[in-house]
Design a protein around this ligand. Structure first.
Ligand code: 5GP
Ligand code: MN
Length: 347
């Protein structure tokens, strides 16, 4: 179970935890199940270890995660700046979960970067920047929550994992693997699933709440996007969906409402990758998904300065939605080389 984790590093982390009292747990902007799950999972663990932990996130998490124990205690930087800044300033340790570089924290980034206390990174994205004192970077793992569980096991703290902690960690694994359907090559993940189930986690409820519950308007928005806004490029085995602010408004869009939309075109036989562009207030948010190891991370990185994983990546574009779409269409042919079955990207 803990064999993948560097034992000395786990010991070092344990020592840092021992020496720390006020601990901040933080994650990337537009937090998802893995970001919130890893922060809250550690929050519950640290509480059982009699620490004073606080979860501070850059902006609001989707309502689909509000069932998580501890969700209401989360400090949201865009809503409670002063509280968050004071908590970070007073912290003697910051644990950064599920992101690989400060810019992924948006406006919270300088607050975290300027803090003088020790910092630890726990993440599963490639190419971590060097901004923490200790780094747990394991890009092969399904999720940061899987990594957190393994680190806890490596520190010999499995007994301290309570039902709430296990629920949060299970949620991140379930959302990042879409209920064990993607990104789960390592059979060990089922061992972890078993260990979490042993903590009396209600897996069915997590799947229902985090993946399969939504508002009527968000379901209609998805139907509209698929029926009216999906462009198919058969020669590139690609689908593109764009949604502008007016369309989002019409369907009373709320954070999280388009979660999962980008996966839908991959259900089409023969489709290799799917891109979704959403006009947010501050930028165009790009989400990309693929199968057959097609590296959508390359598209997000080269065209939009983003990144992520081979089969799940994203980025931000500062310009109009139409410019963003055009940029992709102007370069769509550049990525045909990855369509060959022979492509063996780094996993
Ligand atoms: P999503 O499409 O769910 O927002 O993100 C999919 C994956 O891409 C996640 O692993 C996420 O961390 C990463 N990602 C999303 N947006 C960005 C971005 O703007 N920059 C980078 N570097 N990664 C991103
Ligand atoms: Mn993740």
């Amino acid at each position: 179970m803990d064999k993948l984790i560097d034992h000395n590093k786990a010991k070092e982390f344990q020592q840092i935890l021992k020496e720390s009292e006020k601990i901040v747990l933080t994650c990337h902007v537009r937090p998802d199940g893995d970001a919130i799950g890893s922060c809250l999972g550690l929050w519950h663990l640290l509480k059982t270890l009699d620490k004073s932990p606080t979860v501070i996130v850059p902006d609001k998490a989707p309502v689909s995660l509000s069932f998580l124990p501890g969700f209401k205690e989360i400090g949201i930087y865009t809503s409670h700046k002063e509280f968050c800044e004071k908590t970070v300033e007073e912290a003697d340790l910051i644990i950064c979960c599920d992101f690989n570089t400060p810019s992924r924290q948006d406006t919270l980034a300088p607050v975290i970067q300027n803090a003088e206390c020790r910092k630890v990174l726990i993440d599963h994205h490639t190419e971590p920047s060097n901004f923490t004192d200790l780094v747990f970077s394991y890009p092969k793992m399904s999720s940061t929550c899987e990594l957190v569980f393994r680190i806890i096991a490596a520190m010999g703290l499995y007994d301290k994992v309570d039902r709430d902690c296990a629920t949060c960690l299970m949620t991140g694994i379930i959302t990042d693997t879409r209920n064990f359907t993607v990104n789960i090559k390592n059979p060990d993940i089922y061992d972890i699933l078993m260990r979490l189930l042993e903590k009396d986690v209600d897996k069915d409820r997590i799947v229902k709440e985090a993946l399969n519950t939504r508002s009527l308007t968000s379901l209609k928005l998805e139907a509209y996007a698929l029926s009216q806004k999906m462009e198919i490029f058969p020669e590139h085995k690609c689908a593109l969906i764009t949604l502008d602010k007016g369309e989002l408004k019409k369907y009373s869009y709320e954070r999280g409402d388009t979660e999962g939309l980008v996966n839908r075109p991959l259900e089409i036989r023969g489709m290799i990758y799917s891109i979704f562009m959403r006009e947010d207030p501050d930028c165009v948010k790009i989400s990309a998904r693929s199968c057959d190891n097609f590296p959508v991370s390359e598209i997000c990185k080269t065209l939009y300065g983003g990144g992520g994983h081979i089969q799940a990546a994203g980025g931000e574009f500062h310009g109009s939605l139409e410019e963003c779409r055009k940029k992709f269409l102007d370069h769509i042919g550049d990525f045909d080389k990855f369509l060959d079955k022979g492509y063996m990207g780094e996993e």
